[in-house]
Design a protein around this ligand. Sequence first.
Ligand code: UD1
Length: 367
Amino acid sequence: MKIVNVAGARPNFMKIAPLMAAFEAYPRIEPLLVHTGQHYDGRMSGLFFSQLGIPEPDINLGVGSAGHAAQTAGIMKAFEPVLLERRPDAVLVVGDVNSTIACGLVAVKLGIKLIHVEAGLRSFDRAMPEEINRVLTDAISDLLFCTEQSAVNNLRREGIAEEKIFLVGNVMIDTLRRNRAKADESKILQELHLSPGGYAVLTLHRPSNVDDPAALARLLDALETIQKELPIIFPIHPRTRKNLAGSPLGKRVKTMANLRMIAPAGYLDFLKLMSQARLVLTDSGGIQEETTILQVPCLTLRENTERPVTAELGSNRIVGTDPGRILAAYRDTMEGRGRKPQTPPLWDGHAAERIAGILVENLGSDG
Ligand code: UD1
């Protein structure tokens, strides 16, 4: 059973790692790994492969950055010959990035079964490029693996056949649990002269927050106040760095002595940073999930989430982008208000093993 596994952008790597490891237990599965090259900087890609022990990709499409259409089309054009040559039984895609929909579309057009890991999540915000990728990938997938019950419900409502849907847990959390002890050894706190609980971590990269200077300025209004009370460590995404470079907002950030920009962190350093933070401020999807397991308060700087279980059971609060609301939530958190987070069902570190088992049962028709 030949499965082509696709990874393209940073959050994909944490999801593909446990799957590649789980497939090793099944001699019948012959996994191939394709890196689309959507992310290519060492700190966005190579570092994750080495730290997470992901095998070298069998093929790197080397597509790189471009606008949505050019990037998606570039991945499709480069991926089709790979499938024609390798003729896999299935293609497995993870998450919601452009590489996910691009490779999914190529697979189904060639009559190859499509597997989507992290299916069914919905922010119900079609202005988010990822939401389009999610809806379209799910519509064409043959097997859909979900992290939380809301995703199962969304897929049912969209008319996906029941027998295609599997609630299996969260492969990103598999990776977190597997690497927790290793991350504890990271020296990042000493390197940055931080003490446990004495700082916040910030990440920002959603186009809706960082591509529009007015939106970013509103976020900075809140962050300016917070950093006066609690140092903020800000590993900066290349999209955000590009937008700040040479702009008035970039100059403003430089005046905030305790908003400390650092290069994008590797997986282990970032896990350590999050795990010891007083709180995390983010617009990322994955970080909402990781902080839930780490039991660190997370303030999500978006108006919605596609991962509602993190707010219902976990440590996440959807606070939006209004400076007043952000500051109120920050104060609440600092004063210790909020409930003790619980672990969402099946986020136990064994999602990838469940997926591998289900794939062998469902794809292995030749016995
Ligand atoms: C992509 C995903 C997003 C995911 C994010 C995680 C889509 C539509 N978006 O957004 O869902 O949350 O990755 O990081 O797929 N760049 C570099 N080096 C790199 C990669 C990118 O400098 O290795 C710069 C380029 O200037 C590029 C910009 O970052 O134009 C944006 O990269 P892109 O992959 O288009 O989108 P992300 O914002 O990273």
